[in-house]
Design a protein around this ligand. Structure first.
Ligand SMILES: [Zn+2]
Length: 154
């Protein structure tokens, strides 16, 4: 069967950036299993997988607007170290969940330490990047009513 809305799809993938550097791969681990057609994957992946079938092997080039969005300088901010529970623990690479009044919770990472402040970036790590995927479709099946109700593959 072909991949369509409410297919449960199993894929193996390798993701590289524009320079061919490896970012992520399912090789050596579990393949990715997802419920198709409900926005579980980035738009560029879902549209490329639509209509494919088991055994298909192909490449996808996903521009930022079909991936994780453009990099936004406004999403880089300074936070006073005093605002942290334990300022001595704050370091570059630290992952945070920040809470704002208007937007709720979001993930961010400390990218730089300043004078009494941490520079925090809430852009997705893959924002602004063109993504190069190698994909192998391992399996396609109909979702069960329960999976459709839950909005994920079991
Ligand atoms: Zn469930």
């Amino acid at each position: 069967m072909k991949i369509g809305k409410h297919s449960v799809v199993t894929i193996d993938y390798t993701l590289k950036d524009d320079d061919g550097e490896l970012i992520d791969t399912s090789s050596g681990g579990d393949p990715l299993v997802y419920l198709h057609g409900i926005g579980a994957l980035i738009p560029g992946m879902e549209s490329a997988l639509d209509g494919k079938k088991k055994g298909d092997i192909f490449q996808i080039v996903v521009p930022p607007d079909q991936g994780y969005g453009e990099y936004d300088e406004d999403d880089v901010m300074e936070i006073d170290l005093d605002a942290f529970e334990d300022p001595s623990q704050v370091q570059v690479g630290m992952e945070l969940v920040l809470e704002t009044e208007d937007e709720g919770e979001f993930a961010a990472v400390v990218t730089k330490m300043g004078d009494g402040v941490a520079i925090v970036d809430r852009n997705h790590p893959l924002a602004g990047m063109t993504l190069h995927f190698d994909v192998v479709v391992r399996d396609v099946r109909e979702a069960t009513p329960e999976e459709i109700e839950h909005g994920h593959a079991h």
